[in-house]
Design a protein around this ligand. Sequence first.
Ligand SMILES: NC(=O)c1ccc[n+]([C@@H]2O[C@H](COP(=O)([O-])OP(=O)(O)OC[C@H]3O[C@@H](n4cnc5c(N)ncnc54)[C@H](OP(=O)(O)O)[C@@H]3O)[C@@H](O)[C@H]2O)c1
Length: 229
Amino acid sequence: MNKNIVIVGASRGIGLELTRIFAKLPDVQVIALARNCTKLKDEFSKNTRVHVFSFDLEGDVHDQLAKIAFPETGIDYLINNAGCLIKKPFEMISGQDFSKSFSINVIGVMQTVQYLLPKFNSTFSHIVNISSMGAFQGSVKFPELSAYAASKAALCNFTELFAVEFSDSNIKMNCLCLGAVQTEMLEEAFPGYSAPVSANEMAQFIADFTLRSGKILNGKIIPLSLSTP
Ligand SMILES: NC(=O)c1ccc[n+]([C@@H]2O[C@H](COP(=O)([O-])OP(=O)(O)OC[C@H]3O[C@@H](n4cnc5c(N)ncnc54)[C@H](OP(=O)(O)O)[C@@H]3O)[C@@H](O)[C@H]2O)c1
């Protein structure tokens, strides 16, 4: 099918599983971005369709992306999967913590989309943002996640705003709000908690959603959880 996909936050957890899934599809070029690239490069060293680049959403996003040769045929899919979870009592969250959370979870994403705008496939492309149930209106909230959930909520809001502003274009954008998934991030934030969904299971869903849903949905914020109390 000759498609090009960019995955931001591809080095571990759900992003690594997404990279593995797309790497198996014939005729798909994968541009995999993350800060820690050594293991990614090793794993895909023999797969000429996976291209790994170092990328930090906290750095100069446009400058870093300008150094990457994106496929001339255009980007068909972008998954903004990278995330930063800071879990601290509200009084203990520093200005740096707030800046880091918002830089990685929303501002860096918006700048990535800005830079890639002219590089998307002019016929059709689908951007999928990965947010959290903690950012979904009306869902149960947990303490100590102010910086994380507020920045992910901003990502949800951006999705709606982008879809309106680009409604006449062929670029579609949707946002998935994930419930608990068994990854390093979850284990670091909630040690000992066992999630009902594995990183691979969630990545399978996100991969299917990315490939199939852009022609049907635009600007939607979708909860992906066994319950939305
Ligand atoms: N796991 C869950 O239960 C859960 C629930 C709700 C939402 N989510 C969301 O789902 C997404 C994936 O979560 P996960 O559990 O797989 O997380 P993870 O294991 O911590 O992986 C996060 C990915 O983001 C990348 N990343 C972090 N900071 C970055 C930066 N400054 N620049 C570029 N990339 C960066 C990491 O790579 P490097 O460190 O190599 O840069 C890594 O590849 C996140 O957006 C998360 O918020 C997860």
